[in-house]
Design a protein. Structure first.
Length: 316
């Protein structure tokens, strides 16, 4: 073989090798991908959502990516872009805002990727395939009823509100007030948004206690803020003040068992996350979930009497 022919053969072999590498699938690339995007995993509720969804996706034979948008709509938009670029078969999303997230979910739909929303709805229908949430109104009403019972239907109280841009914050506040506002014997002496934050709740309650040390109760729109309230009350020597939250977090249940918080309302985050992945799988494989887009799952009251029955956002 002369030098020219050897060179041609080398080029041909190199081209064949490169073409083979381009077309050959990577190990494991036959698995379809489900992209899971939630708020910060610093909050155990959102971590439980993400972990449960990822575990269920892998059980069903999918690859799963898990990311957090940190309640930043711009970051969420970028993560949706990544899911589209990665050719995700579906997106499971706890979104970063009822209005701010509509365009991102629409963009995924336009790219042929169905979205399955958990925990928080968006202010649009027909964009996501499923919107599966806790029945926040029902949960808030049973929490308020227990708060009312613990107060003996009278007294002064403070309310801690969630992030004002969050649909769930408004729904929970409405549920609380639809119960509590019927009683003239109750008086709300303070109301502040602590933006779902334990640190912020601690600071806000400390400030409100300066002129309201005679309160009998604090009702909070989530457990994280309720735990901040418990810490502020302890710091002020007011441990007898009744605190009720909403979420059913492990820390809240531990606080109830230790005599801190008096009750919470458990959101079935694990159940909702599994449902979202199961519906994504059914949609991917059949083209339909077989259920309506909007779905609400009832919450459960957790008290000292039944706290031992509950684990990670569900019954043990």
């Amino acid at each position: 073989m002369n030098l020219r022919n050897a060179f041609v053969l080398t080029l041909a072999l190199s081209a064949a090798w490169f073409t083979g590498c381009q077309s050959a699938p990577r190990a494991g690339s036959q698995k379809k991908l489900i992209a899971i995007i939630t708020p910060s995993h610093d909050n155990p509720f959102f971590k439980a959502e993400a972990d449960t969804a990822a575990a269920r996706a892998r059980e069903l034979g999918y690859e799963a990516t898990v990311n957090s948008h940190d309640d930043d709509a711009h970051k969420q938009d970028k993560l949706i872009d990544v899911a589209i670029a990665n050719g995700a078969a579906a997106i499971v999303l706890d979104n970063a805002g009822a209005d701010a997230s509509v365009a991102a979910v629409q963009k995924a739909k336009a790219a042929g990727i169905p979205s399955f929303l958990i925990d928080r709805e968006i202010n649009a229908t027909g964009v996501a395939v499923s919107q599966i949430v806790s029945n926040n109104y029902q949960g808030a009403t049973i929490g308020a009823q227990e708060f009312l019972r613990l107060l003996g239907e009278k007294g002064k109280y403070i309310e801690l509100v969630g992030r004002e841009s969050d649909t769930n914050a408004a729904i929970r506040a409405r549920g609380y007030h639809d119960v509590l506002d019927k009683y003239d014997t109750l008086k709300q002496v303070g109301r502040q948004s602590a933006n779902w934050s334990q640190t912020e709740a601690f600071q806000k309650v400390e400030t409100m206690l300066q002129s309201n040390r005679d309160i009998q109760g604090i009702i909070a729109a989530n457990d994280t803020m309720a735990l901040g309230a418990v810490a502020a009350l302890k710091n002020a020597g007011l441990e007898k003040v009744i605190v009720v939250g909403l979420d059913g977090s492990p820390d809240a249940i531990a606080s109830i068992q230790a005599g801190g918080m008096r009750a919470t309302v458990l959101q079935p985050a694990a159940t909702i996350s599994r449902l979202a992945v199961d519906q994504a799988h059914k949609y991917i494989t059949t083209g339909s979930t077989g259920v309506s887009e909007k779905q609400a799952i009832d919450c459960e009251l957790v008290t000292p009497a039944n706290a031992a029955q509950y684990g990670l956002f569900g019954k043990k």
